[in-house]
Design a protein. Sequence first.
Length: 493
Amino acid sequence: MGHVLRRVVGLLVLVMVMFVPVGAAAAQGAEQQPVVRVGTEGTYPPFSFHDPSTQELTGYDIEVIKAIAAKAGWRLEFVETQWDAIFPALDASRIDVIANQVSDNEERKAKYGLSTTYTYSHGVIVRRKGDDRIKTLADLRGKTTAQSATSNWAKVAKDAGANVEAVEGFAQAAALLQQGRVDAIVNDNIAVLDYLASTGSQDVEIAGAAGNESSEQVLAFRKSDQTRLDQADQAIAALKADGTLNGISQKYFKANVSVPDGGSADLSGGRGHRSTWEVVGNTAWPMFIGLVKVTIPLTALSFAIGLVLALFVALARISSYKVLAGLARAFISIIRGTPLLLQLFIVFYGLPQIGLKFDPFTAAVIAFSLNVAGYAAEVVRSAILAVPRGQFEAAATVGLDYSQTLRRIILPQAARTAVPPLSNTLISLLKDTSLGSVVLLTELFRESQLAAAESNEFLALYSFAGLYYWVICVGLSAAQKRLENRLSRYVIA
């Protein structure tokens, strides 16, 4: 018996010796795979969207880039952002490749490294049901269309003489068309068919083809990234040869859109239409996670840093040193005189061009903190000046220097005056964090955008996101009242 036991133990040890190094080597190999950051919208079904049941990023383009990565030996990281910010993200090296139905055209080919084509489609004109004024591209002259500003279809509409209203994505364009705010949309036939199938909309219809306009979709790399571009081209050729691209295409479109004449796309199966309550119920938790993981920490950290900066700027502003006061005035003027969105873009997309590159959360904290400092500095300055000048003189007579006077006499009194306007600044900051999506942050509002783009339930989802913001703001207002009462306890009536 003991002999048998020894043999069994020996066999187990041998198996462990054989497999542990293999597992370690496999893990080490995975770590050595180059990380490729993929930029995509996540709001453009059926190409790039979130599965409503799992919230996982999926779609035709997502499966294609995963298949390419498997062939090329890449390890992928997906970075979701709005379409109009996706090329700036590539330029600033925030992402390495765009997988989001990028159309091949001469302008992009001159600036970026474009892969071989992996999707063929054609453009269609979408109009409100029964609007016989619009049948062809020629009928768009003088009409208004809704398009993503930097998309290939926006150029097609402009060349046809249309006035183009810039929107974030196709879902927003379709909503504007239904509401009668625009006259038509020019877009990819597959995206339109998916929209009609998944929403069951009877309000819009395809008027016809957008002339002879066809579109070839490619991956976009930086011009300098020739190695990855070559790897992608080789992988696409292999995936076409072994039938993988055809399989992915058949799964989504019941046709092979990876070749020029692969049949007409059929999306009649759709992704299924969900009720409004199902959509809101499935999205409530992701929105809460975005609130807790991004919105609240971003607000708290930015306000704390911004308040400290505001104090220093305010003190510089009232300083007797003209250079210091002038610099403080200039800072306040710049911050208050430029949009917050522009400040975010400069910090996140502009500074990398001079070697200052920050991750999305850090970049957002920097931009929001500077913005808070610019506005709060004037609040703090006015609160300090509201303290009678005689307080400084009284402090000097008992031997307190300037810093001691500020810390023990002036700032405690100024705080009571500053609390209400600073509370307004904090509440405004909380709501302004909804701009975080432009610097690749998935916060509360971004989660509602992702769900709305997939379901087209704009009113319900945006209202529910507003409820989250309102509840937090009510809590902040209650905290403000308690703080005011606490600071007023020692004030003589």
